[in-house]
Design a protein around this ligand. Structure first.
Ligand SMILES: Nc1ncnc2c1ncn2[C@@H]1O[C@H](COP(=O)(O)OP(=O)(O)OP(=O)(O)O)[C@@H](O)[C@H]1O
Ligand SMILES: [Mg+2]
Length: 267
């Protein structure tokens, strides 16, 4: 079982959008998937699970007032469960964030989740401290959304250095891939940033599948729902997350990259 962190350092690059939408894609590819929200301001589970107020979440799970069962939200999608952030009084936020920078804050609960699911995806808040640091210190793999614009590219060394520091300290987290996000296929500056990313990073670091910029994601974020569940007929853009999930599978140890012999269409 792999634990996969979604993190970027830079805020607003599409982490939560990527996490929520690939969680659905992996679940539809029949992996028993859990999405964990470590962002105090995160909206994962806000409406997917149906109920708005509930007893538990990650906060309660970690402090022991709820078990895994009391923290998990089952979704309408058979193989997809969520752990929302939970309830934390504003006065305790600063001390929780500080404690969360220690990997031991998450390790026991993520280990228990890993025993129950095929895949545990962990969404993180912006910034490299707090929960992001804690999660990087115990996750197996890291997926980084790469916003296709020049400024976002310039902030990439920060997260790459953070990963190098975690590895140097003895935790062998691996970068599974950079997923181009908010790509504007008709904008030269956006495309140039993407080209630059392919040039800067070692071959195969940047995925071929990408998330285009599309106003439908605003609607998805507002409702806390993957775009594949927004309309009666899944919008065309939802298919990119199946491609991203397929490309990530061998990189996060879910499947072997096997030799595939093309099948003849007729015998
Ligand atoms: N591909 C996209 N096209 C258009 N808008 C997008 C796209 N991806 C995300 N957005 C929008 O950009 C905003 C930020 O996205 P999102 O919340 O996924 O980023 P984030 O990295 O999780 O942010 P934070 O660092 O605050 O957690 C949201 O309003 C979202 O709807
Ligand atoms: Mg987010």
């Amino acid at each position: 079982v792999s634990t996969v962190a979604i993190a970027s350092g830079k805020g607003g690059v599409g982490k939560t959008t990527l996490a929520l939408n690939i969680a659905l894609a992996f679940a539809r590819r029949s992996w028993k998937t859990l999405l964990v929200d470590t962002d105090p301001l995160g909206g994962v589970g806000r409406s997917l699970g149906g109920t708005t107020t509930r007893a538990g979440g990650l906060v309660e799970y970690i402090n022991g007032t709820a078990g895994l069962g009391g923290s998990v939200l089952h979704t309408r999608e058979k193989e997809l469960d969520l752990i929302p952030f939970g309830n934390l009084p504003a006065a305790q936020l600063a001390s929780w964030m500080a404690a969360a920078s220690d990997p031991n804050h998450f390790r026991p609960v993520l280990a228990e989740c890993s025993a129950t699911y095929d895949l545990v995806l962990v969404d993180t808040p912006s910034g490299l401290g707090g929960p992001t640091a804690g999660v990087l210190g115990c996750a197996d793999h890291l997926v980084i959304p790469l916003q296709a614009e020049p400024l976002a590219l310039r902030t990439m060394p920060l997260i790459v250095e953070a990963v190098a520091a975690v590895r140097a300290a003895g935790h062998p987290i691996q970068i599974a891939g950079l997923v181009p996000a908010m790509v504007q296929t008709r904008n030269e500056v956006s495309l140039a940033a993407l080209q630059e990313a392919f040039r800067l990073f070692p071959e195969d670091t940047v995925l071929e599948a990408f998330v285009p910029r599309d106003p439908i994601f605003l609607d998805g974020s507002a409702k806390g729902v993957p775009v594949g569940l927004l309309r009666r007929r899944s919008p065309p853009v939802a298919t990119v997350f199946d491609q991203i999930a397929a490309e990530l599978e061998p990189r996060i140890g879910l499947s072997e990259e096997e030799d595939y012999e093309p099948q003849p269409l007729v015998d």
